[in-house]
Design a binder for this molecule. Structure first.
Ligand SMILES: [Zn+2]
Length: 121
């Protein structure tokens, strides 16, 4: 269990749209999200919340650090089949619209985000 966090997963039941690009929308519903109750390495259930991502008050990503072994993992995330469907949708959209998927601004933002995460740890 995450210290200081109330599990509001039961309230996730709305249709959620994440607008990523001009015509790419990723829809996610409660059944697309899975939760992990313990560390995948040592099975400890005590974790420290590191980060969470919400859209429209729906928490679809939560990153935790295991109190026992220090492993950092997502204990709330979309299921693999959700990713597969949406990676295929993204690929189809990019091919059909001849979109160059390498965007220097996005890559610069990603590097900055990873550097900030590295500094945190
Ligand atoms: Zn652990």
């Amino acid at each position: 269990m995450v210290h200081g966090e109330k599990n509001d997963f039961k309230r996730v039941g709305i249709k959620l749209i994440l607008k990523i690009g001009i015509d790419m929308n990723y829809t996610i519903v409660k059944d697309d999200i899975e939760s992990i109750d313990s560390c995948p390495i040592c099975e400890c259930s005590e974790v420290i919340l590191v980060a969470r991502a919400k859209v429209l008050n729906v928490e679809y990503f939560r990153t935790c650090c295991c109190e026992n072994c220090g492993f950092v993992f997502r204990d709330r995330r979309p299921k693999l089949d959700w990713f597969m469907r949406n990676w295929n949708l993204r690929d189809e959209t990019q091919v059909n619209n001849k979109i160059n998927f390498i965007n220097e601004k996005i890559e610069d933002d990603r590097v900055q985000r990873y550097l900030e995460t590295a500094r945190f740890f």
